[in-house]
Design a protein around this ligand. Sequence first.
Ligand code: TYD
Ligand code: MG
Length: 472
Amino acid sequence: MAGRDRARFVCQACGAVAAKWAGRCEACGAWNSLVEEVATPRPGGLARPARGAVRGVDLVGLAGTTPPPPRRATGIAEFDRVLGGGLVAGSAVLVGGDPGIGKSTLMLQAAARLAASGQKVIYITGEESVEQVRLRARRLGLAEAPVELAAASHLPDIAATLEARPETGLVVIDSIQTMWLDTFDAVPGTLTQVRAAGFELVRLAKTLGFALVLVGHVTKDGAIAGPRVLEHMVDAVLYFEGERGHQFRILRGVKNRFGATDEIGVFEMTDHGLAEVANPSALFLAERRGHIAGSAVFAGIEGTRPVLLEVQALLAPNAGGTPRRAVLGWDAGRLAMLLAVLESRCGLRLSGNDVHLNIAGGLRINEPAADLAVAAALVSAASETPTRPDTVYFGEVGLSGEIRQVAQAEARLREAAKLGFASACLPLRLARGGKRLAPPEGLQLAEIGHLGDLLASFAVAAKTRKPDKTPA
Ligand code: TYD
Ligand code: MG
């Protein structure tokens, strides 16, 4: 066979193939992303079956049922919640996150829990030595758990071991970027290797019936290196995230074939590993100081769970030049829109101010329902009037300043009542034949239809003009 090993260059960001190297990928525009990889697998690689071995596929009807695959709860409730109830036999989960965020710690804890419950668990580390993992296990108090450990990265060796142990319940690969096959000339971590190793491991999980967890590092721009090639291959994609310097860690489901997405698990980092946080609202609000202008509590929903968060806004006089808009934990475009609506529809001018917005605790909010809480924090900062500390806010703001309905209002209100809040500021329910909200006992509702109503409650109309008149 004329199997020429022709060099080709594969963009590690988008997967485009180029014949020669260039500093910039022509397909996606990424810089320095082309890496030389060999196109043809060597003979003996992915073997084609002989003609006689092909036997066709079974076709079935749409009606009929298949029993759901068995699930195994790891015993770490926050992890199980994001998985949709536990690890599914024969499925593959990708756990992505920044280096140092705590992926190995979380997976070792989950592996130890599952092993202690009688499952056979194999932990393959390609990044650390056996001694390093043992050290971590000792620090976490898990050294006695019957986890089987190996430091390896050559996938055929690992596959041989797994095939010899069909009774295995969970296999953790830490990390997929270190795995390599000798069918390809590319170095570990390149698109070709990550894709091939991922594919092989997923195939093994399906045929042998173990649950597979692939740990993957996220590159700077947020893509799991070997860009998203794994995401479509696996059954669930979870991101482990958190701000460095904060003790909270959030495990977020972005894809799940066996459960709801957008579910989050909340953990707190401690000296002896990750502790589950069963009541995140209490934790996120723990450091809140009442009676400070520029702070408002948002009643949010993360997945199926209501979570209360503090939104903080700070206005500073602009020292000249373009005013700064610094946002942590929220969308900068959304903030720009809110500022524009506040100015055009409500006459609240903040264009002479630097605006800093922060979601306390390091959580990232994606919900438009946070608009009203952010607006309340901004208006509170502008009027130097604290929001009532026992009030929560939620509602989406439209371009004309109208406050729009958001989903799951009841769940948000229940959470607020549970944490001792006395009132909620929320979108006005128009009597469109719909049923009225029944607030939980002890919770007062302040329903508003327009941002102007919010400003009126702070009596900012008169006050805000002042800072604008004195030039900075
Ligand atoms: P590690 O699990 O190694 O992160 P990753 O696998 O994502 O790169 O954790 C990074 C460091 O943080 C490690 O030195 C241990 C420390 N750490 C704690 O001390 N407590 C914790 O709860 C966690 C999660 C990590
Ligand atoms: Mg690690």
